[in-house]
Ligand binder design. Structure first.
Ligand SMILES: *Cc1c(COP(=O)(O)O)cnc(C)c1O
Length: 340
């Protein structure tokens, strides 16, 4: 099976072996050695001062980051143009974070001018957004955004779930960011990651599981954590650095997928896209997904927000070759020509 889904992604034999190593106590010196290696590797790869590894899915990482946003006591701006921006907004509301929103239709892009105007209008002290809005594949230009926010003295909080592992990311000028092991780094789900360049604030008024200050006080490991998952993560981070050939495929992806542009089915795609969203006007994303599956290619089409819209997504999260993508495009074009 060729895996072109947003997850679960392909697991290499090396990572599988690391996951299969006998479990050890999260209190043992051997475990702490691995844990500290993971922290160091994350800090080095993403250029941050501190990394937190929590047991949970990506949503937990966003909750923990939002608790820190709340503890600043300042009001900010949340950017929403898709499912995951909506979720950030919902999580912020539940935590009682003070915010305004800059909202656009799903798939519409934010310009730096719009963001600047909204920050100034709302006197925002921070912005929170998805680096890649997974539901449409839209990626924000991080360098331009951090330059803008630095000039306005505004802190950036970034959800990097679907860019972590797809591209080199430099978070040097970002206050905090989040990721998870379930997306593009070739690992199983189960660990939530928070990256920080700011001093974390005590959050004694919040559930302890969400309090990064508490994690810091206990050397990163206040509670039970699976040594297997941490071991697997270390292996995945190591492999990440070796995938040069795969990097080339991703760099050329848009040139390949552009062949679908005349059919008008990838409206949100641009040169940076690594998650291609097929918008199937009056055609059936579910049927296409099933047909591809029968031909040995798995894609994403069963999330409720995709089914609702008749969308199918092709994510370049798991390694594959250019030939695999060409095979996929042939199948899609054939399907489209038969289902006009
Ligand atoms: C996957 C994802 C999340 C987190 O989802 P979980 O199901 O909790 O892992 C958050 N934000 C974005 C942009 C995502 O792609």
């Amino acid at each position: 099976m060729i895996n072109l889904t947003t997850g679960p992604v392909k697991i290499t034999d090396e990572v599988m072996a690391a996951l299969n190593a006998p479990a050890i106590s999260h209190r043992s010196a051997a475990f702490m050695h691995t844990f500290k290696q993971v922290e160091q590797e994350l800090c080095a790869q993403l250029q941050v001062k501190q990394a937190y590894v929590l047991t949970g899915s990506g949503t937990l990482a966003n909750d923990a980051m939002l608790v820190q946003v709340k503890q600043t006591g300042k009001k900010g701006l949340i950017l929403v143009n898709g499912e995951f921006g909506e979720r950030l907004k919902m999580q912020a509301s539940r935590l009682g974070v003070q915010y305004n929103c800059l909202e656009k239709n799903w798939g519409d892009r934010f310009s730096m001018d719009e963001i600047r105007a909204a920050i100034i209008h709302h006197q925002a002290k921070w912005v929170l957004l998805c680096h890649c809005e997974t539901s449409t594949g839209q990626i924000i230009m991080l360098e331009a955004l951090s330059t803008l926010c630095q000039s306005l003295d505004v802190a950036v909080y970034l959800d990097c779930m679907s860019t972590f592992g797809t591209m080199p990311i430099n978070l040097k000028n970002v206050a905090m960011a989040t990721a998870s092991t379930a997306k593009a780094i070739g690992m199983v789900a189960g660990l939530a990651l928070v990256f920080s360049n700011t001093t974390v604030l005590p959050a004694g008024n919040m559930p302890v599981y969400l309090d990064l200050y508490h994690y810091l006080q206990y050397n990163g490991v206040p509670f039970t954590i699976s040594s297997s998952l941490v071991n697997g993560l270390l292996s995945a981070l190591d492999i990440q650095k070796q995938q040069v050939a795969w990097h080339n495929v991703k760099t050329n992806a848009y040139l390949i997928f552009e062949r679908l542009h005349p059919a008008g089915v990838i409206p949100f795609a641009n040169a940076n896209t690594l998650i291609f969203t097929l918008v199937l006007n009056k055609r059936f994303a579910f049927d296409l997904g099933r047909m591809l599956e029968c031909n040995g290619i798995s894609t994403s089409f069963e999330s409720y927000y995709l089914m609702e819209r008749n969308w199918l997504q092709i994510a370049l999260f798991s390694t594959c070759g250019e030939a695999d993508i060409l095979k996929l495009l042939d199948l899609i074009r054939h399907y489209l020509s038969k289902n006009r």
